[in-house]
Design a binder for this molecule. Structure first.
Ligand code: NAP
Length: 254
């Protein structure tokens, strides 16, 4: 007969193993800083399994510190513009259900773009990162997201994507890349609805990250903004797929 202490330890291990196996999984792109890092932190705090991607994991010191204290955090190298890298990561995780895929990685492109001196090579990079990257990720990881119950594909968009709200010229590259990803995700929503996958675009509002350095306007703390974004993700349903949600509640006009 096993001593009581061994039985207790065995039961505890079984409980912990089943809790770990039952924990939902989120995959986040660009998780080494800004909103992505905060998403990784908050999902980790909720007990989720987090696949956190970064272009340069060796430099992702804050993400590494998070992973060091939490075995449920896996760091993966990924540039979302690298089709082969996306395919390789999807192959690595083949068969693993992913509850939420968050396309967070994004860039503004070079500032100061103005009519008469546009840098079209920079535009290609912005489109590749902000629009094609999220679609490439969604396509590659669709089997994972569709494998779980109520899978979700969420892309961080921006109010700058809203064509209806534009009344002055600026941020040509950023605005149009986010408008493009909105259309791509709206299409995707109807393509994958029958598989039970909900697709959403979320405007996190102005957040105090590197992206907003030098921008003079009230900014939310990443922790506050991300709590709102996660609240929106929690409430998503396949019935409401393909919408463009705002951090303040409601929807952003297309
Ligand atoms: N901050 C805001 O006020 C705000 C408002 C509306 C929407 N958003 C959106 O929210 C998302 C996150 O923004 P943020 O403020 O956290 O920006 P951020 O602080 O500039 O961080 C951007 C993240 O994206 C990563 N990234 C850039 N290009 C990538 C690529 N090709 N492949 C993989 N990762 C790449 C960066 O990695 P590296 O460290 O390697 O560069 C970094 O982790 C973006 O999509 C942004 O457009 C932000």
């Amino acid at each position: 007969m096993q001593p009581a202490r061994t039985l207790f330890a065995t039961a505890l291990l079984a409980m912990m193993t089943s809790a770990y196996a039952a924990a939902p999984t989120v995959l986040i792109t660009g998780a080494n800083r800004g909103i992505g890092l905060e998403l990784a932190r908050q999902y980790t705090a909720r007990g989720w399994q987090v696949i956190a991607t970064a272009r340069h994991p060796a430099q992702a010191t804050e993400l590494a510190a998070l992973a060091a204290g939490h075995p449920a955090v896996a760091i993966e190298a990924l540039d979302v513009t690298d089709a082969a890298a996306v395919a390789a990561l999807a192959a690595k995780y083949r068969g693993r259900p992913i509850d939420v895929l968050i396309n967070n990685a994004g860039i503004t492109g070079p500032r100061g773009q103005a009519l008469g001196s546009f840098d079209y090579d920079a535009y290609r990079q912005v489109l590749d990162t902000n629009a094609i990257g999220p679609l490439r990720m969604a396509e590659a990881f669709l089997p994972n997201v569709a494998a779980g119950a109520g899978g979700k594909i969420v892309t961080l968009s921006s109010s700058e994507a809203s064509i209806a709200l534009v009344d002055s010229p600026r941020a040509y590259w950023y605005r149009s890349s986010k408008a493009a990803v909105n259309m791509l995700m709206r299409n995707l929503a109807f393509d994958v609805r029958a598989r039970g996958v909900a697709v959403a675009l979320v405007n996190p509002g102005p957040v105090d990250t590197d992206m907003m350095k030098g921008v003079r306007m009230p900014l939310q703390k990443p922790a506050d903004a991300v709590a709102k974004v996660i609240g929106i993700i929690d409430r998503l349903t396949p019935q409401e797929t393909g919408r463009f949600w705002d951090y303040q509640g409601g929807e952003v006009p297309w």
